[in-house]
Design a protein around this ligand. Sequence first.
Ligand SMILES: NC(=O)c1ccc[n+]([C@@H]2O[C@H](COP(=O)([O-])OP(=O)(O)OC[C@H]3O[C@@H](n4cnc5c(N)ncnc54)[C@H](O)[C@@H]3O)[C@@H](O)[C@H]2O)c1
Length: 396
Amino acid sequence: MRISIIGLGYVGLTIAVGAADGGHTVIGFDVNDALVAQLNAGKSHIEGISDSQLDGFVSSGLFTASFDPSVLEGSDVIVIAVPTPLDEKRNPDLSFVHAAADLIAMYVKSPSLIVNESTSYPGTLRKEIATRILGVDHLFASSPERVDPGNTRWGTKNTPRLIGGLTPEAVAKAREFYESFCDSIIEVSSPEVAEAAKIFENTFRQVNIALVNEFAQISDALGISSREVIEAAATKPYGFMPFSPGPGVGGHCIPVDPSYLAHVANEVGVPATFIKRANEVNLAMPAYVVKRVVAGAGGSIEGKSIVVVGVSYKANVADTRESSAAAVIDLLREQGATVVWHDNLVGSWRGETSSPLTAHDIAVVVTKHDGISDAAIKASGYVFDCTGTVSDVDGI
Ligand SMILES: NC(=O)c1ccc[n+]([C@@H]2O[C@H](COP(=O)([O-])OP(=O)(O)OC[C@H]3O[C@@H](n4cnc5c(N)ncnc54)[C@H](O)[C@@H]3O)[C@@H](O)[C@H]2O)c1
């Protein structure tokens, strides 16, 4: 099949490579011309897709990137994989999805299957996409992406894929496409079910992470280790799933997607109380971390030098979107500390660059990538670890 992917970020490039691997001819369209040039030169910008893998598909002609939307015409399948962030008021911002739909409406005149993989609330495919692309006999399906960047066990191939379509023909065509590179396809009765399943999965994580973050604070006040408690509770073979406390939640999904559910809940008059409370707890974690650091460092960090280790939102990825490291660093600085950060995967961020991991008065570990040495962290006078991976130091 000839496949077009709109948006070549974490999701779009992953699907592009999956589809090329399945033998399809893939055209990636992105508005970022520098990214397009980089991809056509065989240089990947995401973890999990190597330059050599990408270069192989570019050289064989199975993958081409373009910033010319006319390439979308003549596709068997068009996949939408564009950002779905929140606006300043933390409401859904569907402007990227609308822009992608409008490009299809403008440039695609022969019938295709249009699949939305971008995460959004139930009703997005039907009301926000299909209604903008009229006059051509397209098929429409929703298949929300579940990729977990950096996860080496679960990838596009072996993570079961949900499909819901506006018509049975759309579901059948989407199944034919995804079956060519995914092991397991699950058809659901409507696109709304598929869309809701994705945001409910992420809400489940958001709420449970908030619960464990609050529990970590209770445990600490009780003088017991929350991590030991969680490990003990996880020995129960049924009815319990362990989550780990941390400095908050980051990335494009967990801090954002539940607010999409809260938005539609509000529209139908049901208050999403758990989501609201979970947001409050998770957003307050950086302040809790800093409070513990100040207490652990003897009551004041004024004039102290601090290195924050790891500023991406999780280990072994360079993604800093919504990372709690930003709030941790800002709050440490507000308390009068001189703060640098070390993260070679990120390199540069917020106009600053990664510093070498050397001894400071205090080290605060927010994210620990593979290869970061505990000894180098422990060279600092006081260590506070948010990851539970550095032995015999303070932390959550
Ligand atoms: N990153 C993840 O782990 C993950 C996992 C599952 C689902 N999702 C969802 O997938 C969607 C995409 O996320 P992502 O992480 O790949 O985003 P991203 O920011 O990494 O990539 C999006 C790409 O879309 C491009 N783009 C924006 N507007 C465009 C337009 N009108 N036409 C063409 N290209 C356009 C951007 O230039 C960018 O390269 C979001 O809805 C997200 O919630 C992300």
